[in-house]
Design a protein. Structure first.
Length: 504
């Protein structure tokens, strides 16, 4: 096999180019890794593994699914293919009566370009960890013969069952058994030509009006916009569609529907900090005192908002598995934590097995929108008091040194050492990743912050900055530049360019 399988590892997923000249992710690779997944399950004590497979709308999805399914079958597994599906549905199939395979594989590369694809793995305990993927790739790279077999691949549909689960959540959320509980609510659905176009039909069957919905047909070329709730063009598209249709709100999914965002009736984007604030308010309105786990780049305004709603904001490391695992750990320690959510739109609710499911999150929000509409209110009214930063920026500082992790750690330690004595610099008390500095600007206290951290996979130091005063981001950027100047292996050119642009 010519492909270096380790080069395809991306956190807990396999991901790589699957189209074009000499793509590293081929049918052969997918089959080999599928067989290794079966062997990995067997080594965990499952003698006769059953494996389910699904895919999103990518052009290479069907080919890779078939190859992976054959690899699983040849390794001795009983294989079920669900065809077009969503990533969350592939986990739910493992714990749904009448299905219940031992593991599942989703063929997806999330929001990445159309020539990319990948494999995402689940067991009944949830998504696998990075160390689990290492073990699977070890098996795939080894010369050990996999247990032979050639069971026929069974074609089944799970998506209708998953749809019914979401419909049941709507009925529970609105405490009703009427057939069309969403009558009177107008929702625009933008699936970005990914796997989630069926959600518009689901809502319509529950009584909602979905006129103005767009890009519902699966098309792996993604001809209209990138299916990504963080993409500006995608959010502008769904915002315009909501305004043009006069809808109550709009929802948008990424390709495989594990992430989502919404827009309100005015077309205002509710993603990132706003999305976290919204679901936090809904949960805290039911039960104050809850702890909300987020990633590290959330704003100071969000922390204040959660506190004012009676909650505790707990920042943790970037990476949706990190956030989810920390929420699970806090619950096991006796801390009441119902939500783990990243600014990227990955949101996992305890009530839903701590599965990061964008479609489930949106379903919860739609229930609340319906309830508020019956009271003459809008969903966005819940976050009217969220204080937004005056300025914000994200700058990615490249690391040129071969041992990029060591160079990145040295830069972070340099900032921490400086902050220990520098006037107006305060190391944040909830600093759990890299270094987060609360900054005093224009004679005020803690009205700006920056976070410098090491990227999980890339030779990059992402830098996030927010300020509550005009010009504050530039002030912090200049102060940080002075500290990092001369740091070995750190490319400060983008930071320097940003400062120069702001001073013109």
């Amino acid at each position: 096999m010519s492909t270096d399988l380790r080069s395809l590892k991306s956190g807990t997923d396999v991901r790589g180019r699957a189209m074009g000249e000499n793509p590293p992710l081929t049918a052969e690779v997918a089959g080999r890794i599928g067989g290794a997944f079966v062997e990995w399950l067997r080594r965990r004590g499952i003698d006769n593994p059953r494996v389910a497979l699904g895919r999103d709308s990518r052009l290479t999805g069907e080919m890779l699914l078939e190859a992976c399914a054959i690899g699983c079958a040849q390794a001795g597994a009983q294989v079920e293919s669900y065809g077009m599906c969503t990533t969350p549905a592939m986990f739910m199939s493992l714990i749904t009566e009448g299905f219940g395979c031992d593991g599942s594989v989703m063929i997806t590369a999330s929001h990445h370009p159309s020539d990319r694809n990948g494999l995402k793995f689940f067991t009944k305990e949830g998504g696998i960890e990075s160390s689990d993927l290492d073990a699977i790739l070890d098996i795939a790279e080894s010369d050990l013969p996999l247990q032979g077999g050639s069971s026929p691949i069974q074609r089944r549909e799970f998506l209708p069952v998953y749809c019914q689960q979401l419909k049941d959540r709507i009925s529970r959320g609105l405490n009703t058994d009427v057939q069309k509980p969403l009558l009177g609510l107008h929702v625009v659905v933008d699936a970005g030509n990914g796997a989630g176009g069926f959600y518009a039909t689901l809502l319509e069957e529950m009584g909602a009006w979905v006129e103005g919905s767009q890009f519902l047909e699966p098309d792996g070329r993604f001809p209209n916009h990138i299916p990504n709730p963080e993409n500006e063009e995608a959010m502008a598209s769904v915002s315009a569609a909501v305004v043009n249709a006069g809808a109550d709100l709009g929802v948008i999914f990424d390709t495989d529907c594990d992430r989502a965002a919404i827009v309100d009736s005015t077309g205002r984007e509710i993603n990132r900090n706003r999305l976290i604030a919204l679901i936090s308010a809904i949960l805290l309105d039911r039960k104050p005192g809850l702890t909300i786990v987020t990633d590290s780049v959330t704003s100071s305004g969000l922390a204040r908002f959660i506190m004012e709603w009676g909650g505790e904001h707990y920042r943790y490391k970037r990476g949706y598995r990190n956030v989810i695992n920390e929420a699970i750990r806090l619950n096991s320690a006796g801390i009441d934590c119902p939500l783990a959510i990243e600014t990227s739109g990955h949101a996992a609710l305890r009530e839903n097995h701590f599965l990061d499911d964008g479609m489930y999150l949106v379903t919860v929000l739609i229930c609340e929108a319906m309830r508020l509409k019956q009271e003459g209110k809008e969903l966005s009214s819940l976050i009217a008091d969220l204080k937004e930063p005056v300025e914000s920026a994200e700058i990615r500082l490249g690391i040129t040194q071969e041992d990029f992790r060591a160079a990145g750690r040295n830069a972070i330690e340099k900032v921490m050492d400086h902050a220990a004595f520098a006037p107006g610099w305060h190391i944040a008390p909830d600093n759990r990743e890299g270094v987060r500095i609360n900054f005093d600007l224009d004679g005020e206290y803690d009205n700006g912050w920056f976070l410098l951290r090491l990227s999980v996979h890339d030779p990059v130091l992402p830098l996030n900055l927010e300020s509550d005063v005009q010009g504050g981001v530039r002030q912090m950027a200049k102060a940080l530049y002075a500290v990092l100047a001369g740091s070995e292996g750190i490319d400060l050119s983008k930071l320097e360019t940003y400062i120069q642009d702001k001073e013109r």
